[in-house]
Design a protein around this ligand. Structure first.
Ligand code: NAD
Ligand code: UDP
Length: 310
């Protein structure tokens, strides 16, 4: 079995490479390191693993057979995609187009990493896959949301028109070791602020909610989805929803930090609620998350503590 993982040197992609190698796949990791780092794959010594530095907005050709393409490449943190708006739009559009072309050529199965952001600032909570969303296309987050919505649209078009065997996973906030300490997302921000005894920066009044999924649960869900025959979008995330302020308090408690909480401006179009309806994943994949917030946070805190000491 030969698999490509685009974005394989990133947070989620590197964990997926590990799982695929464990399952016996040959893995080709493609990444241009725009937000990833080879540190995330340095531990891999398998001769079934290859890393290619390549920007997938440019075409790529392979002589050999490819069985599976996991297309995860894209800036993912709001701070990253606001700094890289054009790259984000290009990787969602041209990158997905190139991977669909490769899947067509190789008769490979293709899974694309979509996002809960396709629901925008949702007017329905929790969000089932049948909800069409509430996205501001021209707001600053539009570069990411619309790139992913386009990626879903072109994937379904190739599926319907060319008969490509495709999967769409809508990933909800996922955290764990190998997130970049400074990627700006709430989990690394709060943990590193608490570890340094700095103020915890809650944006807005902290009543906005998120639902946090531990990385191993997410990767298990992605693998199951790829191996299923389900071609409609699938939410994968942990439905345990909590306000951001409560999340800050939980991090402070777990780290036993003496950090204070300060309040800063809420970013434009920051979704007020977010929680996956995972009925579909339960029914079709027999999947649900196993790792609770405390356990997952402990693993993540240990990772950042180690990183700090290096
Ligand atoms: P990440 O930034 O750690 O990883 C993304 C990887 O893609 C990086 O290694 C980056 O260098 C690479 N990349 C970006 N553009 C590229 C290009 N043009 N060519 C080659 N490589 C490129 O982010 P992540 O959290 O691991 O996210 C992975 C995927 O999952 C993304 O598609 C993201 O949109 C999606 N996602 C993640 C979450 C989450 O909570 N982590 C939530 C929803 C969706
Ligand atoms: N957030 C925060 N403080 C931070 C970073 C983020 O309060 O230092 C908030 C952010 O405004 C959002 C939530 O935490 O409401 C999750 O933000 P993140 O950037 O992790 O991802 P999002 O879910 O918005 O894509």
């Amino acid at each position: 079995m030969k698999s490509i993982v685009t974005g394989g040197a990133g947070f989620l992609g590197s964990h997926l490479c590990d799982l695929l190698l464990e399952k016996g796949h040959e893995v080709i990791c493609i990444d241009n390191l725009v937000t990833g780092n080879t540190r995330n794959i340095d531990h891999i010594s398998s001769d079934r693993f290859t890393y290619l530095k390549h920007d997938i907005t440019k075409p790529i050709y392979f002589g050999d057979n490819i069985d599976y393409i996991f297309h995860l490449a894209s800036p993912a943190s709001p701070v990253d995609y606001l700094e890289l708006p054009i790259q984000t739009l290009k990787v969602g559009a041209l990158g997905t187009y190139n991977m669909l072309g490769l899947a067509k050529e190789k008769k490979a199965k293709l899974l694309i990493a979509s996002t809960s952001e396709v629901y925008g600032d949702p007017l329905v909570n929790p969000q089932p896959e049948t909800y069409w969303g509430n996205v501001n296309p021209i707001g600053p987050r539009g570069v990411y949301d619309e790139a992913k919505r386009y990626a879903e649209a072109i994937t379904m078009a190739y599926h319907r028109y060319h008969g490509i065997d495709t999967r769409i996973v809508r990933i909800f906030n996922t955290y764990g070791p190998r997130m970049r300490a400074n990627d700006g997302r709430v989990v690394p921000n709060f943990i590193n602020q608490a570890l340094r005894g700095e103020d915890i920066t809650v944006y807005g009044d902290g009543t906005q909610t998120r639902s946090f999924c531990y990385v191993s649960d997410l990767i298990d869900g992605i693998y199951r989805l790829m191996m299923s025959d389900f071609t409609e979008p699938m939410n994968i995330g942990n439905p345990a929803e909590m306000p951001v302020l409560e999340f800050a308090e939980e991090v402070i408690k777990l780290i036993e930090s003496d950090s204070n909480i300060t309040f800063e401006n809420l970013p434009i179009d920051d979704p007020k609620v977010r929680r996956p309806d995972i009925s579909r994943a339960k029914e079709v994949l027999g999947w649900e998350p196993n790792i609770g917030l405390k356990e997952g946070l402990k693993q993540t805190i240990d990772y950042f503590k180690e990183l700090k000491e290096q």
